[in-house]
Ligand binder design. Structure first.
Ligand SMILES: [Fe+2]
Ligand SMILES: [Fe+2]
Length: 210
């Protein structure tokens, strides 16, 4: 398989330095999460009509969406209990920090990887972060990752929550649960999720598809 275009363009030395830094991150749960979000994004992109080359580029970018977390304390993301306002602000900073890391490694400022890192916590109704961007002004890759990200995070066990089964996660994503609301997601991407939920159930693995 050829390397994603963005990786080729970034310049080998800088990109390998970045990827080595990611590989060295000891947070295995984060590696698994990134891999799984990449796979689900590929499936959603294909369901929405993107060809294999485009789906592969979107998937690669998706698999870097939380790269900003590799530069931050894993303890913060695993904290069991209420977070302070400062901790919430710090967690939210993983989006811009990830984009900055990718830019420093030579990735295209307008490319998919930077878009995924910066915008994957934006919400379609404008209530997300870091910029509160709404609707189709949110880059496509970030709209895809938003759904894949929540699916994987809810399926997986975390120090602060148990693993939820597929049916429960579908209900939360498609009907909402008070915290998660369908209005947070691009309706087309959520429709692709609903129509392909069974394929996503078969694809999902607690070890990130490894
Ligand atoms: Fe994130
Ligand atoms: Fe994530």
């Amino acid at each position: 398989m050829t390397a994603p275009t963005e990786l080729q363009n970034a310049g080998e030395a800088a990109a390998s330095a970045l990827l080595a830094a990611i590989e060295q991150t000891s947070d295995e749960l984060l590696h698994q999460h990134e891999a799984m979000v990449g796979l689900i994004t590929h499936l959603l992109a294909t369901a929405l009509g993107h060809d294999e080359a485009a789906a592969a580029e979107l998937s690669y970018a998706a698999s870097l969406h939380d790269v900003g977390r590799s530069a931050m304390s894993g303890e913060l993301f695993a904290k069991d209990g209420a977070l302070t306002d400062d901790e919430i602000a710090e967690i939210r900073h993983h989006t811009t920090r990830g984009a900055d890391l990718l830019l420093a490694a030579g990735f295209d400022p307008d490319g998919l990887a930077v878009q995924a890192a910066r915008h994957h916590h934006e919400r379609y109704d404008g209530s997300g972060y870091p910029q509160g961007t709404a609707g189709d002004a949110i880059p496509l890759v970030a709209r895809l990752v938003a759904v894949a990200d929540v699916y994987d995070a809810l399926r997986a066990a975390r120090p602060y929550k148990p693993a939820f089964d597929h049916a429960k996660v579908c209900r939360i994503l498609l009907d909402g649960d008070g915290r998660c609301d369908p209005a947070h997601f691009d309706p087309a991407v959520l429709g692709a999720f609903r129509d392909n939920a069974e394929a996503i159930r078969r694809l999902w693995s607690p070890t990130g598809g490894a």
